[in-house]
Design a protein. Structure first.
Length: 462
């Protein structure tokens, strides 16, 4: 009997040790697991042009002559190479998707621009060669019409069947894709600060003096009023060119400074308008979008759809906000350089315009990319780092070539980006969700506790 008790006590100790070890290991897993890791899924050699649409990646081939399609797992779906009838077409300069699922490859040579349309099976549908050079990014209308700029001053219209419809030539234009309104009107902006509204038949609808940038949302045109960028006035027009409202930035008077709206610093997101201003030193005769001399002082303003100011936040001296705002759940994320200290600051702003949180990164060679969750991607020459909004690094990934800055495409937990050595990388983030860790902890503890309780109960019964 005495020996049996000793044996039972020994077994009880073993189970107790098991319980303690289980609890310790579960706590360690819960506390010290990184929660995220990243691994390379695949890589493929491609050209400079690529895009992802509906789970398919389209890219130019390494020689910039053909088009290749991959699924998100890296499997080649098809490839296209032009036949001998398309000689001397140059290299692919632009790659875009049509409304019908066709791929449009725009080739550029010294004197011609060629558009080749390929269907979803990699077969050529049509091709068209026109005179010109240096095509802009295209814009594609709902009916499949393709618009782009050539020669820096000519708007081209090509029908969905590959027919050349019309040219519209004007003064030198900004090298940006045309903008298409909901009614089919095409908008282009000239370097002489005129906004042209072109009918779908190629005739001029209206033309007004306007600065840059210009954006169109729900057939409302938003633009900067003054070419000199010295007054910070934003105007909203309807599709007939009639003024709806005009916003005058009051700001704070600073002697020797002027205010400018930075290039591409007018954003319309969910019917709200975000404007990024910058104060900079006054220089005689300096106008337009050329960078103005420092020191700088950055401001972000939010307007409602009626042009009424919702909030205004200077955010901090010497910040120049380079990234367009990113909208999360009741939070606006924005980042910019602080030239006084060589820091890149990221701000999380609530719906009232107050800064909820901010943090800084130093010694950066490229501006970070921020997603809608406030997660931050830092680009260094051969390294991609992923940070939480609190500045905690979650993972790092090293590449064999220099990363193309500020371009990451996501598909669930997978990310795709290209490096300058010509490889498209696909990496996958593996997550250990918090509830799984908690569940594992509770499961282990309850299981061990149950075994011990049963054993103790049986011991007492005996």
């Amino acid at each position: 009997m005495f020996r049996d008790n000793i044996e039972k006590q020994r077994i009880l100790k073993i189970f107790t040790i098991f319980l303690i070890a289980s609890i310790i290991s579960s706590v360690a897993l819960f506390l010290f697991s990184t929660g995220n890791s990243v691994e390379e899924m695949w890589r493929a050699e491609i050209g400079q042009q690529w895009r992802k649409e509906e789970g398919i990646i389209y890219a130019s081939t390494p020689n910039e002559r053909g088009v290749i399609a991959f699924d998100v797992n890296g499997n080649e779906m098809w490839s296209y190479n032009p036949d001998n009838s398309l000689e001397d077409i140059g290299e692919i300069r632009r790659l875009s998707m049509g409304k019908d699922g066709n791929v449009h490859a725009i080739y550029n040579s010294t004197s011609t621009v060629t558009v080749v349309t390929v269907n979803s099976n990699g077969q050529e549908v049509w091709s068209l060669k026109i005179e010109g050079y240096d095509p802009s990014s295209p814009a594609i209308a709902e009916d499949g019409t393709i618009y782009f700029i050539v020669n820096g001053r000519t708007l081209v219209s090509i029908g969905p069947d590959g027919s050349q419809r019309w040219y519209y030539e004007t003064e030198p234009l900004f090298d940006r894709a045309p903008i298409i309104g909901d009614d089919g009107t095409v908008y282009i902006t000239s370097r002489e600060y005129y906004l042209h509204a072109i009918n779908p038949d190629g005739t001029l609808k209206w033309q007004i003096p306007a600065g840059f940038p210009v954006t169109v949302k729900n057939d409302i045109i938003y633009y900067v009023d003054t070419p000199e960028y010295n007054k910070g006035v934003v105007v909203a027009l309807d599709s007939d060119g009639d003024e709806i409202w005009k916003y005058y930035f009051q700001g704070i008077e600073r002697e020797g400074y002027i205010t400018r709206i930075l290039f591409n610093s007018l954003s319309v997101i969910d019917d709200d308008i975000y404007i990024r201003y910058v104060y900079c030193r006054q220089e005689e005769g300096r106008i337009g979008i050329a960078p103005c001399p420092g020191p700088y002082w950055g401001v972000i303003i939010k307007l409602d759809s009626d042009g009424l100011e919702m909030w205004y936040n200077p955010l901090g001296t010497s910040n120049v906000f380079l990234q367009q705002p990113v909208i999360g759940d009741d939070t606006v994320f924005i980042g910019g350089w602080d030239y006084r200290y060589g820091l890149y600051s990221i701000y999380a702003i609530d719906i009232e315009g107050e800064v909820k949180q901010s943090y800084q990164f130093s010694n950066l060679t490229n501006a970070p990319f921020i997603d809608e969750r406030g997660m931050v991607y830092l680009y260094e020459p051969n390294n991609l780092s992923y940070y939480t909004p609190e500045g905690e690094v979650k993972w790092e990934f090293t590449t064999e070539g220099e990363l193309e800055p500020r371009r990451i495409l996501r598909e669930d937990n997978s990310m795709f980006f290209r490096c300058t050595e010509g490889y498209l990388y696909a990496i996958k983030e593996e997550k250990i969700e918090e509830y799984l860790k908690v569940g594992l902890f509770l499961f282990t503890a309850i299981l061990a506790g149950t075994i011990i309780s049963v054993f103790v109960y049986q011991t007492k019964e005996e």
